[in-house]
Design a protein around this ligand. Structure first.
Ligand code: PGA
Length: 250
């Protein structure tokens, strides 16, 4: 794998454009380029963040979502063509907070295809709501992945990133143990191998997300054996986030 990928998911933050510009500038200035960073701000701040990123070689712009429908009559929606014009190279698809707000496996699939067909890298989020004692969570993860990529041509796989985010570890007080991240990443890889074949599935990058901090980032990447991280709360503090990224690949 060429580079470790760290995705900053700002969710519905910060409160204004000036703060968005400030955080993005801080990240660009302090992150040393050991990993590739993708900042995903709310749509309304994409242009100020694009400006703060400028021509950085290791920080890129992403969007938190993109609408998959066609035509112009969709009040309130933003499609992948629009975020691409704004400079986005990545789009998060199917985050658990969007699934909780009503996105189905089928909506997620439509969005995934729309993003990939536009030539943009998709960060597909999957993950169980809870870990039951009988391993039922494996079937939830499998269902979400299989449904999202059903019928997807292999040529799109280099632009597919799967972010494994156990829902119970998002916004929590601690992340999943790196040994469990490792086990789940192997499972996701195996499901992908069964669908696409080993050689093609190797091109998919797998990230972990859920309460990542600068203290646990390196352990999760190295012991969890993932290709990067998806970071929520900690990505809004420029200093902390840059330190988190700088911990990787030391
Ligand atoms: P968190 O959020 O890092 O604040 O747990 C992660 C996410 O929702 O992607």
């Amino acid at each position: 794998m060429a580079h470790t990928l760290v995705v900053a998911n700002w969710k519905m933050n910060p409160a204004d454009a000036a703060s968005a510009a400030q955080i993005a500038q801080g990240i660009v200035r302090r992150a040393k380029g050991r990993a590739r960073i993708v900042i995903c701000p709310p749509f309304i701040y994409m242009s100020v963040v694009a400006k703060a990123i400028g021509r950085s070689k290791h920080v890129f712009l992403g969007a938190q979502d993109a609408f998959a429908g066609k035509g112009a009559a969709h009040t309130g929606e933003v499609d992948v063509g629009m975020v691409k014009h704004a400079g986005a190279k990545y789009v998060i698809v199917g985050h658990s907070e969007r699934r909780a707000a009503g996105e189905t496996d089928e909506t997620v699939r439509e969005k995934l295809f729309a993003v990939l067909k536009a030539g943009v890298t998709a960060i597909l989020c999957i993950g169980e709501k809870e870990r039951d004692l009988h391993g039922g969570y494996f079937s939830d993860i499998k269902r979400e992945l299989e449904h999202a990529v059903r019928g997807l041509p292999k040529k799109f796989l280099p632009k597919l990133v799967v972010a494994y985010e156990p829902v119970w570890a998002i916004g929590a007080s601690s992340a999943m143990q790196s040994a469990d991240v490792h086990e789940t990443a192997i499972f996701i890889r195996r499901v992908a191998n069964d669908i696409f074949g080993k050689t093609a599935a190797e091109k998919i990058r797998i990230l972990y997300g859920g309460s990542v901090t600068k203290q646990n980032a390196r352990d999760i990447v190295e012991q969890g054996n993932v290709d990067g991280l998806l970071v929520g709360r900690e990505s809004l503090k420029a200093n902390e986030f840059a330190e988190l990224v700088n911990e990787l690949g030391k």
